[in-house]
Design a protein around this ligand. Structure first.
Ligand SMILES: C[S@@+](CC[C@H](N)C(=O)[O-])C[C@H]1O[C@@H](n2cnc3c(N)ncnc32)[C@H](O)[C@@H]1O
Length: 205
């Protein structure tokens, strides 16, 4: 979907992606136990309407929700208020945005396909450089798969990853999880399937 479509969707009252967190957000806590979360800086790249940012803030993380949609971020702030947690929000474009502070966790789901292939090496390197030693990247990216057709609502500004491409950006990090998944989806109202990679990697200390 392009920015205008997303802005339009996000101006509606209903939460298009829902209010409940993704399963991947729940997995972050498995790697960072309760005592280690308070105040740890977590960056949610492409946070949308904030369902994961708010969930992760509830777990104790100091969350910066980044997205290029102001309307999405406004809903994220509203969701945080309702949940009585605080999150910070920032408008930016994945394709050139460099954080000005170090993060302990960089998290992203459903968004990395908007990072153009020619920008990927550079942007992953920036985000890695601005991650604390021992910090985690918890990432999900849609991938090409011979048995999975392109989704009906796939936009011209979205680019699939090759299988193993995410892993290739992390040659010197410790891989904690590297998974390929295929799952059903009904965004846009038309049932379809997606293939994706999940990578959880730790920066060496
Ligand atoms: C499928 S939604 C996922 C939102 C959220 N992560 C979730 O799971 O609910 C993808 C998000 O990426 C954001 N996005 C798309 N292109 C972007 C870009 N170039 N820079 C920053 N955010 C972008 C969209 O505004 C949208 O909120």
């Amino acid at each position: 979907m392009d920015k205008e479509q997303l802005q339009q969707i996000y101006t509606q009252e209903e939460y298009y992606w829902g209010r409940e967190p993704n399963e991947l957000a729940k997995r972050v806590s498995a790697f960072i136990p309760e005592g280690g979360r308070q105040g740890k800086k977590l960056l949610d790249l492409g946070a949308g309407e904030g369902r994961d940012s708010v969930f992760l803030a509830k777990l104790g993380f100091d969350v910066l929700a980044m997205d290029f949609s102001s309307a999405g971020l406004a809903k994220a702030r509203r969701l945080a208020e309702e949940a009585k947690v605080s999150i910070r929000t920032l408008e930016g474009d994945l394709n050139d945005w460099v954080p000005d502070a170090e993060a302990d966790v960089v998290y992203s789901i459903g968004t990395l396909q908007y990072l153009h292939p020619e920008n990927r090496s550079r942007q992953f390197r920036h985000w890695q450089d601005r991650t604390a030693a021992g910090g985690l990247h918890v990432l999900f990216a849609f991938t090409r798969h011979p048995d999975v057709e392109t989704a009906p609502d796939w936009g011209k500004n979205e680019y699939l990853y090759e299988p193993q491409e995410l892993e290739n950006y992390y040659p010197h990090w410790v891989t904690l999880a590297s998974e390929s998944v295929i799952f059903d989806c009904s965004s846009s109202g038309i049932p379809h399937r997606h293939a994706a990679s999940i990578l959880i990697a730790k920066k060496p200390t």
